[in-house]
Design a protein. Structure first.
Length: 116
């Protein structure tokens, strides 16, 4: 059973930056496709970014492309979402996700609030 734990959320002013981390245990991250999703109040969960095991395929949602960057450190079983130029509409609970062999695992979520 893979365990994912997010960290790095918080309150930031518009235009600011945050780096979310997802610590993975119970398996080797190198085998997993990874992703970040978010859910704002009253809205459905949406995919923000994802990448395959060898990072040859990377997706960014249209509203975050150019501002967010997904990355991974397989040696440390960590992956990240670097967020720059944050906007109030980026406010949401952010979830990390890992998938392999038909199984998907989720973190518990971390709150990101963008407000002045």
């Amino acid at each position: 059973q893979l365990l994912l734990v997010e960290s790095g959320g918080g309150l930031v002013q518009p235009g600011g930056s945050l780096r979310l981390s997802c610590a993975v245990s119970g398996g080797d991250l190198a085998y997993y496709d990874i992703g970040w999703f978010r859910q704002a109040p009253g809205k459905e969960r949406e995919e923000v970014s994802c990448t395959s095991t060898n990072d040859d395929t990377v997706y960014y949602a249209p509203g975050v492309e150019g501002r967010f960057t997904i990355s991974r450190d397989n040696a440390k079983n960590l992956f990240f979402l670097s967020m720059n130029g944050l906007k109030p509409e980026d406010t949401a609970v952010y979830y990390c996700n890992a998938a392999w062999a038909g199984r998907t695992f989720w973190g518990q979520g971390t709150q990101v609030t963008v407000s002045s």
